[in-house]
Design a protein around this ligand. Structure first.
Ligand code: AMP
Ligand code: MG
Length: 339
């Protein structure tokens, strides 16, 4: 298959039109969003959804998020929608926030991987919203990477993984948030944070005071343990190089990596000039949003360093830091050293 590269920076209207036509005819198209690039398909077409799973090599039991471009579209996706869902929508949409709700009948079963719930998000990125409005379709879209690889935050990351496997890529701006959406389930007794993102637990608790943070956010699930969010159980976001997450203060981290050989460090910019092995900074330790924006590009760059091991300095778990930490601990296969 030849993957069309649609230039959404210099020829926006054409990119939106062509992408919409491909999606209407059952094709699959990578599109920019503010979180990461998504691989979109009509949420009404079982066949198109199956092509998404095939192109990514995604496990069949890992459901997709449906993207909408107005709150009105929510009724086409979910049913028995509780009032609190509308309060969340008012507070966090459009934006990097996903709700899990009871699934409506119109949505293809493969979107939810057989569950009776559906995840839904109204993104703030103009390009995906214009494609949804133009095509008239809710779009099921997981991250547009090969399953297990770091999520793509640029069109070139998508091309690196999926060229020749999908119909088109809408080449737009780099993702401004850089980590996938916050996912909250509203179907259990209490609201449950399944995946942290740019909408933080502190912000969520203003609307959902009894929010529970699912164990899988920070801990490795045991073999066979029941999981609220299937995506949480897979090794994810991983570079090919063996990666280890290191917790501790800057002085300890610098000392630790400087006595190692055949390794590299992923560090904060404050530590950069004190480190004597190969290194990449992913931003200031005081700015979790920058760390989020850079984390996936840095995880991809690790494999260009030609080292046996990489030590990644863990961010704080405050605010958006929790989302960065959640991605890194998975990238490291839960291999953590505490100094
Ligand atoms: P991705 O689209 O690759 O960012 O992954 C979507 C994430 O949303 C995965 O972690 C899924 O497990 C989660 N998700 C999607 N639908 C549901 C659902 N119905 N119930 C629970 N988690 C879901
Ligand atoms: Mg993903």
């Amino acid at each position: 298959m030849i993957t069309q590269k649609l230039d959404a920076i210099n020829d926006y209207a054409n990119a939106v039109n062509v992408a919409s036509e491909i999606l209407k005819s059952g094709g699959i198209v990578a599109v920019p969003t503010e979180t990461v690039y998504g691989l979109a398909a009509s949420a009404y077409s079982d066949d198109a959804i199956k092509s998404v799973f095939t192109a990514k090599g995604r496990p069949q039991d890992n459901p997709l998020i449906v993207h909408i471009a107005s709150i009105d579209m929510l009724n086409d996706i979910a049913c028995d929608i509780p009032d609190v869902a509308y309060e969340c929508a008012k507070a966090f949409w459009p934006g990097p926030f996903t709700m899990v709700l009871p699934k409506g009948d119109k949505i293809a079963d493969s979107v939810s991987a057989g569950l009776n719930t559906v995840a839904v998000r109204f993104p703030s990125d103009k390009t995906i919203c214009d494609i949804i409005l133009k095509s008239g379709l809710p779009l099921a879209a997981p991250s547009a990477n090969t399953s297990g690889r770091p999520s793509p935050t640029t069109a070139s990351h998508v091309i690196e993984d999926l060229d020749g496997k999908i119909d088109a890529v809408v080449c737009g701006n780099d993702s401004s948030v850089g980590v996938e959406s916050t996912v909250v389930s509203l179907v259990g007794e209490k609201p449950r944070l399944l995946r942290p993102g740019a909408v933080t637990p502190e912000q969520l608790r203003k609307i959902l005071p009894d929010l529970i943070i699912d164990d899988a956010v920070l801990k490795q699930l045991k073999e066979g343990e029941k999981v609220a969010s299937p995506g949480m159980k897979y090794k994810h976001y991983a570079p090919k190089t063996n990666a280890i997450l290191v917790e501790g203060c800057s002085n300890s981290f610098v000392r630790y990596v400087n006595q190692k050989t055949d390794c590299a460090a992923i560090c904060f910019e404050e530590e950069y000039y004190s480190i004597s092995v190969k290194k990449i900074s992913y931003g200031s330790k005081r700015n979790e949003s920058t760390l989020a924006k850079n984390v996936f590009a840095v995880l991809r760059d690790i494999d260009t360093l030609g080292v046996k091991e990489v030590y990644i300095h863990a961010p704080s778990k405050d605010g958006v830091g929790l989302a960065v930490y959640n991605r890194l601990i998975r990238a490291c296969g839960f291999n953590v050293v505490t100094l």
